[in-house]
Design a binder for this molecule. Structure first.
Ligand code: SF4
Length: 397
């Protein structure tokens, strides 16, 4: 099967140690066996998860972190970190990170996670020249996800352009290619919020096409819902204290339902963004980071259908816009807060903040799954309005 690789992306591990200390590490039966061999008769630093819902059946346990929050097998410091397990017993998920794959009828799409520092900074060897590594990672991915490739390929036969509008793979492919080409042209540009502007226009075109196809008149959404949407996603994605026992999907749907019932909106974050007559300084580094994030998600098709929650192509694109927008707005809020504290961020500091926020968006988005009909319908309704992203752009510009 042909391996499809995004042009312009690089990756070599920068040994920053971030992934070792920020994310849970799920373990397979093979990982446990190898770890036990290393540890001899000692008890393993793991929590067993035989019936944990939401985890692949391949995963049987999770590595426990030490008291300092660091992985027990992590050694060193940023830029010089080392895994003590290395070739003997390094868990398969750790080996795979930050690679990901999606099996489509026209080939296997290779993707990279922006949770990785090196990916955010575009450090290392061009991905296109790492054929042997990609083949090895793909084999590992397939081992870790038995049966997934056939399931994903089959799901490409059930695409939709928008709710209740089936889309054949043959008609989908040129649409995807056009969007990739359009989006790719913005890389390396300095214009403010360039990736968001491009996505908003692409979404508008796709929405118009969906409306024409369905023979329906365009639906004008209500403006108050623009702000409710942003407030909800900003709160759910960046407020560490708000999680409780609810999943991310439940938090989002509960909050949006509350807004739609009460209409007395308490919108502290969006109100701050609206009241501040302030722009982020133009930065080619920052704009390129957001553009690469959008391009990678679009290229690897991890934003709709089999790649994300079975969303339709149109709504998946609207949702991709929303994910990028909340990351961008969070950076803007960070910049405003620094100014209020008398700190003028340098371009480097601003970029570091943007990397941190993009990673948070990536991490949350990867763990977010819209599985309830209610949540999917909510998004379909939110993105019936072809102008919503263009209106929301005002907050970023
Ligand atoms: S097992 Fe090794 S690679 Fe995995 S998180 Fe721990 S130190 Fe990092």
């Amino acid at each position: 099967m042909k391996l499809l690789v995004a042009p312009g992306f690089n990756f070599s591990c920068s040994r920053c140690g971030h992934c070792c200390n920020s994310y849970p590490v799920p373990l397979t039966a093979l990982d446990l066996e190898r770890l036990q061999a290393v540890e001899g008769g000692q008890p393993l630093p793991v929590r067993r998860l035989t019936l944990e819902p939401g985890l692949s059946q391949s995963f049987k346990a999770v590595l426990l972190k030490g008291e300092d929050g660091f992985c027990n097998y992590f050694e060193g410091s940023a830029g010089a970190s080392r895994c003590l397990l290395q070739d003997q017993a390094k868990p398969q998920m750790c080996r795979l990170f930050p690679f990901t794959f999606l099996h489509a009828p026209d080939g296997v799409l290779s993707g990279l996670s922006f949770s990785s520092t090196a990916v955010c900074l575009n450090l290392g060897e061009p991905l296109a020249s790492q054929t042997a590594t990609l083949d090895e990672m793909l084999a590992l991915f397939e081992d870790l996800n038995p049966g997934l490739k056939d399931k994903t390929r089959a799901e490409f036969g059930r695409l939709s352009l928008a709710a209740d509008l089936p889309l054949s793979f043959e008609l989908y492919l040129p649409l995807q290619k056009t969007m990739e080409e359009e989006l790719w042209q913005i890389m390396g540009r300095k214009q403010r919020a360039i990736a968001l502007q491009a996505l908003a226009l692409l979404f508008g075109n796709l929405r118009e096409m969906s409306d024409n196809y369905a023979g329906s008149t365009p639906q004008a959404g209500e403006a108050w819902f623009d702000l409710a949407l942003i407030e909800t996603y900003l709160g759910s994605f960046f407020n560490a204290g708000a999680e409780g026992s609810l999943s991310l999907e439940e938090q989002i749907t509960t909050q949006l339902t509350k807004f739609s019932q009460e209409r007395h909106l308490n919108l502290p974050l969006t109100a701050r963004l609206q009241s501040a007559a302030l722009n982020l300084p133009a930065s080619v580094l920052l704009e390129d980071l957001f553009a690469r994030f959008a391009c990678m998600r679009l290229f690897s098709r991890l934003y709709f259908g089999p790649g994300f929650s079975g969303l339709s192509l149109t709504v998946g694109l609207g949702h991709l816009f929303l994910m990028l927008l909340v990351g961008y707005l969070r950076v803007k809020l960070d910049y405003m807060e620094a100014l209020e504290n008398g700190i003028e961020m340098s371009e480097e500091a601003l970029f570091e903040t943007a990397v941190r926020r993009i990673r948070q968006v990536e991490g949350k988005w990867t763990s977010l799954r819209y599985s309830s009909r209610e949540a999917i319908n909510m998004l379909e309704l939110a993105f019936l309005d072809g102008l919503r992203p263009l209106r929301l752009l005002d907050l970023a510009l």
